[in-house]
Ligand binder design. Structure first.
Ligand code: ATR
Length: 281
């Protein structure tokens, strides 16, 4: 392919994705000529689309809901995270023109905590993960990579937590939601991966009374930036990290694959996305 390199966020729908803003910022910052757009791909067309990225003028792409599993199936090579999750969110072509896929959601989660709260994983005995969707799967993977001894998954639908625990094996344990109170007392980290607490959704109602004050609390919801969970945790003295950085950090590896520069998640980028989301910083 000749001309400036092009990438895009693909999914169905992709209208609300902030990825063009993030990659557009990095392209400008590094003075690169490439472009990054939105590209809606209907579900029936998804697999064929990912198998023929160059025909669509793309050197790679991001993949969002509902195509992450289809994208992984279309790949010739997957990184360890995408293999473990059976889902890819970042695609590129290697020198032989073969389709490669990575799942950077877990790395984005880790990158955010590393940047916002360095040393957060010095204590890595027990983590509690609320929820058992795609984001939970990525975060359980990430926490096991960081050698947490126990990653306890609590979900409204217990069976979904059990499926993730069975997949990841030793260290990941599924629990019914109503057992949460008995396990909070030992947690070093509490992560909300459910949609609860997001603007327009039901609140997340949990009693933090048993949670040790040194436990780090984080949420993948970033609208609002400080969720009720994070506010309640902060007010009782727990360290907290909001979820916006996960969105920013998960984008960086793809940018490097497509445009050849590993970009930084800096304050200016964060401020730009905060402004676009219309959330209170
Ligand atoms: P994602 O892929 O972004 O993680 P998802 O797969 O839709 O999104 O998962 C959403 C998570 O939020 C699930 O764990 C879901 O619980 P169920 O598995 O029981 O559906 C959780 N969730 C959503 N609404 C909820 C609610 N009202 N009460 C409790 N949990 C809820």
């Amino acid at each position: 392919m000749t001309g400036p390199r092009k990438s895009a966020v693909t999914g169905w729908p992709v209208t609300h994705s902030r990825s063009p803003l993030i990659h557009g910022y990095w392209l400008k910052k590094h003075g690169l000529e490439g472009s990054y757009d939105r590209c809606g791909v209907e579900p029936e067309a998804a697999e064929a689309f990912y198998r023929s990225l160059p025909e669509h003028g793309l050197v790679g792409c991001n993949v969002t809901v509902p195509h992450k599993e289809t994208a992984a199936k279309a790949c010739v090579h997957l990184d360890d995270a995408a293999k473990a999750m059976g889902a890819a969110n970042t695609l590129w072509l290697n020198d032989a023109g073969e389709l490669c896929g990575a799942n950077t959601d877990g790395l984005g989660f880790l990158g955010n905590l590393d940047q916002q709260h360095p040393g957060w994983d010095n204590r890595h005995d027990e983590a509690i993960v609320l929820g058992a969707g795609g984001a939970a799967r990525a975060i359980v993977w990430a926490l096991l990579e960081r050698k947490f001894s126990y990653v306890r998954i609590f979900n409204r639908t217990f069976e979904k937590a059990q499926i993730i625990a069975d997949e990841f094996g030793a260290g990941s344990i599924a629990h019914p939601w109503d057992e949460l109170g008995s396990y909070l007392g030992k947690a070093d980290l509490l992560v909300n991966t459910t949609a609860l607490g997001m603007s327009g959704k039901d609140p997340l109602q949990i009693d933090l009374a048993n949670l040790p004050r040194k436990a780090l609390v984080t949420d993948i919801v970033y609208v609002p930036l400080e969720t009720d969970l994070l506010r309640a945790a902060r007010e009782r003295g727990n360290p907290t990290v909001d979820g916006l950085g996960m969105l920013l950090h998960q984008a960086a590896p793809g940018f490097e694959k497509w445009f050849g520069v590993l970009p930084e998640v800096d304050d200016e980028l964060r401020a730009l996305v905060v402004k676009d989301l219309g959330v209170q910083a």
